[in-house]
Write a protein that binds this ligand. Structure first.
Ligand SMILES: N[C@@H](CCC(=O)N[C@@H](CS)C(=O)NCC(=O)O)C(=O)O
Length: 123
């Protein structure tokens, strides 16, 4: 089972690499606006998880740069996620600031970033 998961993961990463989206061209000011808004965020992920790939592709396309933490390879990150968010499931967006929020579900993360960054782009 582990070998099947490994092979599937490599295929997912290869296809993602082959078809990686190009960032939408935007102004320097807009990039700075986005960077400022996401500066307290982190994404917990597994590199080859298809739901994480979906979120990473959305971020790349929309010029969003959020620190990622690989909770498969790093047990400390996995523990942080379980302690903070309540379960080991990725992707999970940690939204820092005065009150920390942990958002699971790739669809919800994309909807949230779309609206929070005023992107009007669901893909
Ligand atoms: N509906 C969730 C599915 C997320 C999901 O199933 N993630 C898997 C990895 S692909 C996971 O975290 N599994 C927990 C584990 O493997 O321990 C989403 O869209 O984010």
């Amino acid at each position: 089972m582990n070998i099947i998961r490994f092979v599937l993961g490599r295929i997912i990463l290869f296809l993602d690499w082959m078809t990686s989206p190009k960032p939408i061209p935007i102004s320097r000011e807009r990039i700075e606006f986005i960077q400022e808004k996401v500066k307290d965020m982190e994404i917990y992920e597994f590199k080859a998880c298809p739901f994480c790939v979906k979120v990473r592709r959305f971020m790349k396309k929309n010029n969003i740069s959020i620190k990622t933490k690989d909770a498969r390879r790093n047990q400390d990150f996995a523990n942080e996620l379980i302690k903070g968010g309540g379960k080991l499931q990725v992707p999970c967006l940690k939204i820092g600031g005065d009150e920390i929020r942990w958002m699971y579900e790739s669809k919800d993360i994309i909807i949230f970033l779309n609206s929070y960054l005023e992107l009007n782009n669901g893909k």
